[in-house]
Ligand binder design. Structure first.
Ligand code: FAD
Length: 469
């Protein structure tokens, strides 16, 4: 059921088993799963069911970056029911099993869980989203070519916007969705080891509190960090921030462009295809993952293409070549100085706005060049085609990640392998903020799978009484 928080008076104290902060991909998934498991759930959503300028403006902040636009904080997120999935592309891919291990190209960024731990939850995620079987990529280079297809699901249709998609189901359910309800403080108990409640404010001016046995931050990777960083009466550095890790290592995938002159018939098929370099190649050259999205459309020709095309035709037995567009998604390695922190500027609730620093470092530039050039070389060697590269990434992919990374070691991560904030018994984080590393694939499908795993963990913990007393 949906409740307008602007109608709730300040004396009201609401109570549930679980309180979720944020109704985007992660929050809606978790609410729907916990409700089915029979636990009372309150879902606090800062916006209404439609976009509005005043609410969206709460997301404004300060961005300092050599690659992201200055309006990134407000333009790359949406603050209403369904969250940023209200304008996502719907591209849904499985996280490559390769990225869960220790890798020379991204040292220190192994996951505390295994790829197999997530496997059953992709099926759940696909069921939740009403998706059919994974796509089988029709662009099939030989396996020896050094490329591996990335497992992916069909891109979403218009109705895949998760707000409208889940609206009726959530409305009919027992989940209490409080709209226009911004969480503006998380209140720990006197020793800081447990969360007693959260403070909710609306732009209409009223405020109230919500108590629960357990709380989950599902407000997106930037807002999850901002909410944890807000000073409390226990700790000026915020919650879960004893090791100054909250907000650090913020990442987005960087994307670049290229063109592929496909020279042999097997590579010249219709349809998109998404590939990465094999783990062997990544290890040999100590590079992170490179996603290679081959688009169906015939790329625009440029001066010089006719000569290149003629040479290719001769070289490849007289077949007429086809020019395809390429998009590269580059995994960015953690850089602690790339971070979300609190700005001196204030939001309408009196809280510090987010400040985001994200620079494309010289190390990232080197790996971008090394991995795209490697792809170009092997394409030539294996007769896939001739590749033209853009020299620099063109920008971010709007994939916010890594601000509350997962590690069982509290000196290396903000949350443990179940998503629980270190040092706090009943506070969890969901979403791509908990990814230790990024791979090269779109983050939402894996974050939904990871959230379904968290739902199982929370259900078991509620049954065992882990949050009581
Ligand atoms: C243009 C664009 C295209 C994209 N395309 C793709 C794609 O094709 N594939 C893909 O995998 N990903 C894509 N993404 C990324 C995708 O949208 C995000 O990964 C996904 O939405 C993250 O889900 P989330 O639930 O963690 O956060 P969000 O979807 O951002 O949801 C967070 C929710 O929390 C609410 N909230 C925030 N703060 C508070 C607060 N203080 N109190 C209460 N509620 C709060 C917000 O209103 C929002 O509803 C795209 C993003 C953009 C911008």
């Amino acid at each position: 059921m949906f409740i307008d928080a602007r109608q709730i008076d300040s004396k009201t104290g609401l109570m549930a088993d679980l309180c979720i902060i944020g109704a985007g991909a992660a929050g809606i998934t978790l609410a729907s799963e916990l409700n089915q498991a029979g636990f009372s759930t309150i879902l606090l959503e800062a916006g209404g069911t439609e976009y509005d300028d005043e609410t969206q403006a709460v997301y404004e902040g300060v961005t300092s970056s050599n690659v992201l636009p200055s309006n990134y904080l407000s333009a790359s997120r949406l603050r209403f029911f369904g969250g940023t999935t209200n304008h996502w592309g719907g591209h849904s891919v499985v996280m490559n099993s390769n990225i869960f291990r220790a890798r020379p190209g991204v040292p220190g960024l192994e996951w505390p869980i295994k790829a197999e731990d997530l496997r059953p939850y992709y099926k759940r995620a696909a069921e939740l989203l009403g998706m059919r079987k994974p796509v089988s990529d029709r662009w099939e280079p030989e396996t020896q070519s050094g490329l591996l297809p990335i497992e992916r699901y069909p891109a979403g249709e218009e109705e895949m916007r998760l707000g409208p998609f889940f609206f009726d189901q959530i409305k009919r359910s027992d989940v209490r969705v409080l709209l226009n309800a911004s969480v503006t403080a998380i209140n720990p108990n006197p020793n800081g080891k447990r969360i007693d409640g959260v403070r909710v404010q609306t732009l209409a001016g009223n405020s109230f509190s919500v108590r629960a046995r357990s709380f989950v931050l599902a407000a997106g990777a930037i807002e999850n960090a901002r909410l944890l960083l807000l000073p409390t009466h226990i700790n000026k550095a915020g919650i879960g921030n004893d090791h100054d890790l909250v907000g650090r290592n913020f990442s987005d995938h960087l994307y670049g462009q290229g063109r592929l002159l496909e020279t042999r018939p097997p590579w010249r098929s219709k349809g998109e295809a998404f590939y990465t370099l094999t783990p062997e190649l990544q290890d040999k050259y100590a590079i992170p993952e490179l996603g290679i999205l081959r688009l169906d459309e015939n790329a625009k020709t440029k001066p010089g293409d006719a000569i290149m095309s003629a040479i290719a035709t001769l070289a490849d037995g007289g077949h007429e070549p086809h020019m395809a567009n390429l998009i590269f998604y580059v995994e960015t390695m953690g850089a602690p100085e790339n971070r979300v922190s609190l700005s001196p500027k204030r939001d309408p609730f009196g809280n510090p706005r987010s400040e985001l620093r994200f620079n494309f470092t010289s190390e990232m530039r080197e790996t971008y060049t090394a991995s795209t050039e490697l792809f170009a070389r092997i394409s030539g060697q294996h007769g896939i085609g001739r590749v033209q590269l853009s020299e620099e990434p063109l920008g971010g992919a709007n994939h916010h990640m890594n601000t509350t990374r997962m590690s069982d070691d509290p000196t290396r991560g903000v949350v443990d392998s179940n998503g629980r904030v270190h040092g706090v018994s009943n506070l969890f984080a969901a979403g791509s903020s908990v990814f230790p590393s990024n791979g090269c694939g779109n983050p939402t499908f894996p974050l939904i799978a990871l959230t379904a795993r968290l739902a199982d963990h929370l259900s078991a913990a509620f049954r065992h009484g882990d949050f009581d007393g």
